[in-house]
Design a protein around this ligand. Structure first.
Ligand code: DGP
Length: 134
């Protein structure tokens, strides 16, 4: 076990832990997008969601559902984003599966990605490629 999050789990470095059970831990992100930004982390260290077990991912979403309303209530948010980054291109910086719960406030300026329009033919082609790749 070597990730920074495993060090938090092992209490080798401090964190503001808001939830913990036998399999999961959740603590405040050290660089929050908004106050209350929390990371939900399986204790079983795997580099990303594709490597974590289905059971660990079920547990992650159980904890997300448990914590998100409490976070929203605690900081008076209007909503929240749940995000997991996978790979360098996505912005993943810690190679240990984690889901962000990011409280959102109306007009907080953190707009999501810009969406583009795509032709029906191009959408069809991508859908076909994905189905072929399964
Ligand atoms: P990601 O970019 O999806 O891999 O998110 C990693 C997050 O982890 C990032 O928002 C900052 C946070 N983080 C990194 N190191 C630490 C740490 O030592 N403690 C805490 N609480 N959060 C950390």
């Amino acid at each position: 076990m070597s990730s920074i999050f495993s060090k938090i789990i092992a209490r080798e470095i401090p964190a503001r832990i808001v939830y913990e059970d036998d399999h999961m831990i959740a603590f405040l992100d050290i660089n929050p997008v908004n106050p209350g930004h929390t990371l939900v982390v399986p204790k079983n260290e795997q580099p990303n969601v594709l490597e974590s077990s289905e059971e660990d991912l079920v547990q992650v979403l159980r904890v997300v559902r448990l914590l998100a309303p409490a976070i929203v209530k605690a900081v008076g948010a209007d909503g929240f984003n749940t995000v997991t980054n996978t790979g360098e291109a996505s912005g993943q910086s810690v190679p240990h599966t984690h889901f962000h719960i990011i409280p959102r406030f109306l007009n907080d300026g953190h707009m999501p990605w810009a969406h583009a329009s795509m032709s029906a033919e191009a959408l069809d082609a991508v859908a076909t490629k994905i189905k072929q790749a399964l």
